[in-house]
Design a protein around this ligand. Sequence first.
Ligand code: PHE
Length: 350
Amino acid sequence: MENQIIALRNEIAEKLQTVSDLQELDGLRVAYLGKKGSITTLLKGMKDLSPEEKKSFGAKVNELKEETTEKIEKKMEELKEAEIQKELSEMPLFDITTPADTDRGSYHPITLVQRQCETIFKSMGFAVIDYPEIVTDYECFEALNIPKHHPARDMQDTYYLTNGQLLKSHTSAAQNAILKKYGKNLKENGVPIKAIFPGRCFRNEATDACHENTFFQMEGVMVDKDISISNLIYFMKTMLSEVFRKDIKVRLRPGFFPFVEPGFELDISCLICGGEGCPSCKQSGWLELCPCGMIHPNVLREGGIDPDEYTGFAFGLGLTRLAMMKYGVKDIRNLNSGSLKALSQFTDDE
Ligand code: PHE
């Protein structure tokens, strides 16, 4: 039996010499120390020995067991270290502290105006909320007083997924969720709902200098007791004068959206041609920048808010248009072009 132990010890030493990866090593561990492993079997075989023999043989097998466990652990450390060294040696030599010798990246002009608008609205107590790009028909239309087959849907044809969901055609798709989420605090604690939600929107659109199938909007809602059109105009004017850092000529004209009543189009005088007419403003001298209005009672009700008690306004600022005006981008298609030459020239002037 003593010989068995010696033979096993030699065998283990030999195998450990040649083992070359962690998986193989684990195989050895199982083969010797596992439930049916050779050392375990030796221990189990002791039951037929005399008490004396059991004592001395048992001690020796246990010694072998401990020794083997230790050796396997040591080998495991060695193999792990070798693996790390191998990975390191295969990595390209790269010093992250070296300054870049190529052009530095820059923010996209839309990101810049979005951040400016967020700062302005945050300073006026608005929460900034992120919302998914894939939404349901309910969120995008039904909850906004646009039932199936309503002609207003024609203006907002978008991309549909096979499961019936769609890429949101306007940021208004978040209105219902926001009314529901913050309505509780409004009703229980009298805290007004004040939120903006910037986001990417999609439409099935023939593209030209001022239309794209992918663009950005920034929706805003405010709901409280006694909110009126004056509040809406105040917030819009404050935001525009902050963004452009100068007085901007605006005009408000009636506009129809099923989810607001009354609804308006807020236009700004085209900053590219100075109001004379150019392709960017469809030769009109004016640019639709911010459709807006008082939230329709049906929309409030659908969001769980009693329209007899509360009123609110909503606006859908065209962030893409705003970026074009602010930075003098003549063709909207440049913004999605991925052309660094066109896009890297803008900086945050805050
Ligand atoms: N969601 C509308 C659109 O994209 C704009 C809008 C928003 C109008 C909020 C009124 C109020 O066409």
